[in-house]
Design a protein around this ligand. Structure first.
Ligand code: SPV
Ligand code: MG
Length: 308
């Protein structure tokens, strides 16, 4: 007889809430490496590679949905993917919440729904809706500080888990508003109830992030996404006292390159040269734990001979 007591846990089932897990990772002395994910598959691969936390990337989830990272996908569509990321990885997931999709009210509904599906935190950015991806063009308009602080406070007040992490992302450097404005905004967001600051830059070197980090001086955990300054050694991020380094879009970009190669090569040359370069089906079945299902069938399913 099978009972719930002899159920074997598969993915980690720690007692701490997802928020508490993420909070603990951000409190470590070394920066936590947070991997970008956009669906169940990319989440599972990141977890198996050893990353301790995931970033549910707006850019990558939008791309996976076949749309632009300019609030073209609705937040309910995006949370559908986040739910797959959470389920497939069993890791704390920080959700890219863009601008919160409107005002304080939409931001808090987004945050509470993200909490409900098992995310560990949300990140809101201080641009106006609809936003455009930070690497596209120069029309990045910052939201008024008070308005953004209201979004943070509304989320904080509405969330059930006091450990659920609210990350406030300032786009002041992306908008060209300068270090002083970035610091002023980060301080205001800290006072409004943010748990961490994401300072974003699209410069090719770490210089402006370093300047910000030194001036910030560890007041709250700092996160970055070194997409353009990826050549910076990880030790430098540690020296700057950063808490989280988000590899936001590398997995999606790797998938784009691999899928393009597979489609072009199959179309032009057929499968012979492609086959050795792609994952075997056994690898896919192992990633998705088909063997666990076979084991469970022995445990739970009635033997075929007992069927009428
Ligand atoms: C995302 O991954 O959607 C981000 C980070 O917001 S970036 O695209 O690098 O701005
Ligand atoms: Mg984004």
């Amino acid at each position: 007889m099978t009972t719930s007591q002899n159920r074997r846990p598969r993915l980690s089932e720690p007692a701490d809430s997802p928020g508490a897990q993420l909070r603990a990772l951000l409190a470590l002395p070394e920066p936590t490496l947070v991997m970008g994910a956009h669906d169940g598959l990319s989440a599972r691969i990141a977890a198996e590679a050893g990353f301790p936390a995931l970033w549910a990337s707006g850019l990558c989830m939008s791309t996976a949905l076949g749309v632009r990272d300019s609030d073209e996908a609705s937040w309910t569509e995006l949370l559908g993917l986040v739910a797959r990321v959470v389920e497939a990885a069993g890791l704390p997931v920080l959700v890219d919440g863009d601008t919160g999709y409107g005002n304080f009210n939409t931001a808090r509904r987004f945050a509470t729904q993200a909490e409900r599906i098992g995310a560990a935190g949300v990140c809101l950015e201080d641009k106006v809706f609809p936003k455009m991806n930070s690497f596209v063009g120069d029309g990045h308009v910052l939201a008024p500080v008070d308005e953004f602080c209201g979004k943070i406070a509304a989320c904080r007040d509405a969330l059930r888990d006091p450990d659920f992490v609210i990350v406030a992302r300032t786009e002041a450097l992306i908008a060209g508003a300068g270090l002083h404005e970035a610091l002023h905004r980060a301080e205001a967001y800290c006072a409004a109830g943010a748990d961490a600051i994401f300072i974003h830059s699209r410069k090719p070197t770490v210089a402006e992030i370093a300047e910000f980090a030194r001036a910030w001086d560890g007041r709250l955990p700092l996160l970055i996404a070194p997409t353009t300054y990826h050549a910076t050694p990880l030790e430098e991020f540690a020296r700057l006292g950063l808490s989280g380094v988000i590899w936001a879009n590398q997995s999606m970009r790797a998938a784009v390159a691999a899928m393009k190669h597979a489609c072009e090569s199959l179309f032009e040359e057929g499968p012979v040269s492609l086959e050795p370069t792609i994952a075997s089906l056994d690898e896919v079945f192992s990633l998705m734990r088909y063997q666990d299902l076979a084991d469970d069938e022995k445990r739970y399913a009635a033997p075929p001979e007992s069927r009428a």
